[in-house]
Design a protein around this ligand. Structure first.
Ligand SMILES: [Cu+2]
Length: 170
């Protein structure tokens, strides 16, 4: 810090004082140049103060820009879907634009699948009941229909659901 030196020099004190002047718009009591009688060229030191002030701002701005707090990776929005003849439960999922989404699909009868055509994405849930997981980023708002990808019987064609991706308000 400026002026933290045990044996301050005139320039340090003047700069500190000019800096304080710049910060508060008032003179800083107790920060007098040693030797009392010295004439202080206020114009010149004012300029130095402004320079310092600008430098301080620059340092702050630079520090802010170069060392951002690392954003912790947001956990995915997780959904567990139960697939059965002929539906997904739940069949409507709501997320926000930019969310990472994790779908875990489990069948309780026969083999099903979950396909999101718009995202070119598919996962098959085997009839053993083992969970099948798929993960993606919902980077665009809109409605994404999904449907069963594995023929599972007469109602297969109506085994559908949707993911509603809401726009993020700024
Ligand atoms: Cu099916």
């Amino acid at each position: 810090m400026v002026g933290a030196d045990k044996t301050p020099r005139l320039s340090d004190l003047s700069q500190a004082r000019a800096l304080l002047n710049g910060l508060t718009g008032m003179s800083a009591p107790g920060l007098k140049p040693p030797g009392g009688g010295h004439k202080v060229d206020r114009t010149r030191h004012g300029a130095v103060g402004r320079g310092l002030w600008m430098a301080a701002l620059l340092v702050l701005a630079t520090a802010g820009a170069s060392a951002p707090a690392p954003a912790p990776a947001a956990p995915p929005r997780s959904f567990e879907l139960i697939a059965s003849r002929f539906k997904f439960e739940p069949d409507t999922l709501e997320v926000m634009e930019g969310d990472r989404v994790r779908l875990t699909v489990r069948s309780i009868d026969t083999e099903h699948g979950l396909a999101i055509k718009r995202l070119n994405l598919k996962v098959v849930a085997p009839k053993t009941g083992d969970p099948a997981t798929v993960e993606f980023v919902a980077d665009k708002a809109g409605i994404y229909e999904f449907k069963c990808s594995e023929y599972c019987g007469s109602g297969h064609g109506r085994m559908k659901g949707q993911i509603v991706v809401s726009p993020r308000t700024r």
